[in-house]
Design a protein around this ligand. Sequence first.
Ligand SMILES: NC(=O)c1ccc[n+]([C@@H]2O[C@H](COP(=O)([O-])OP(=O)(O)OC[C@H]3O[C@@H](n4cnc5c(N)ncnc54)[C@H](OP(=O)(O)O)[C@@H]3O)[C@@H](O)[C@H]2O)c1
Length: 281
Amino acid sequence: MPKTPPASHRRVAAQTDPLGAPPGGGRRTALVTGATSGIGAAFVEQLAVAGHDLVLVARDAPRLEAAAARLRADYGVGVEVLPADLSDPEATQRVAERAGSRSDPVDVLVNNAGFGLASGLLDSDPAEEDRMLDVLVRAVLVVTKPAAEAMRERGRGAIITVSSVAGFVPLGTYSSAKAWATTFMESLAVELAGTGVSATAVCPGYVRTEFHARASIATAHQPWPVWMTPTLVARQGLRGAARGRAVVVPSVLYRSLVAVVGVTPRRLLARAAAARRPERR
Ligand SMILES: NC(=O)c1ccc[n+]([C@@H]2O[C@H](COP(=O)([O-])OP(=O)(O)OC[C@H]3O[C@@H](n4cnc5c(N)ncnc54)[C@H](OP(=O)(O)O)[C@@H]3O)[C@@H](O)[C@H]2O)c1
């Protein structure tokens, strides 16, 4: 028997539901990449509380199945698993086809899967750089296009890409890829204006997830105020999408930082970046 989420959770989920109740009371489906951990798992949780059926994408099939079984049991929603490595063009194509399906439509797409690299371009492994570009850029483009086309036909939908505040500053190839992701969502929002479909880039700072450990990025020196939870990121991302925002920066601290960055000359930003040791957010 699915458990009923507490009223406070249901209220927040309703406020942050990017689409609101469907016309005629039908089901809605959300496809989330990188759904098994961190920010993606937080998006999945909140979309399930709001009553969305789910398509979960990540590489680790047993972990996907375990998440799906828990979500079905806890929330009574339909859950499909789609194991795929988004650095593999064939697997990405399968995800793109599911995202653009006309017979079993996806109403909300969350491009979230991603990872960082610990070293700068001059010291990194070129194969890893390729893989990162494929996951953070190519897969986002390839999956978003058919989803956006199908949503435009239905006059309804929401596309969210998890970018980063790193995209606002010159901090290596990860930050360059995230700058692309943010501009991509802003451009798509312009193209989709008036269609009933939203496009939103969510740009968090440091979030407590598996991200840093996976990339062997040291974080012990980061003070606690810079950290936020995956739940906050997902909640603010969904609320921003519901309000039709093209760019969402979760937390007052990071919004202030981005405002300062916006008025700082680029050569000063480059100097500040050079003073930092290479690390990724
Ligand atoms: N944590 C932060 O401080 C932070 C800050 C700003 C932005 N972000 C962004 O937030 C997003 C989510 O990261 P997170 O912090 O939640 O990290 P995380 O806890 O490491 O989760 C990453 C998720 O992506 C999946 N994934 C990784 N590589 C994949 C691939 N090649 N194909 C398909 N799925 C893949 C992982 O599952 P599998 O390993 O099973 O594939 C996992 O579900 C990323 O885009 C990241 O750049 C993170």
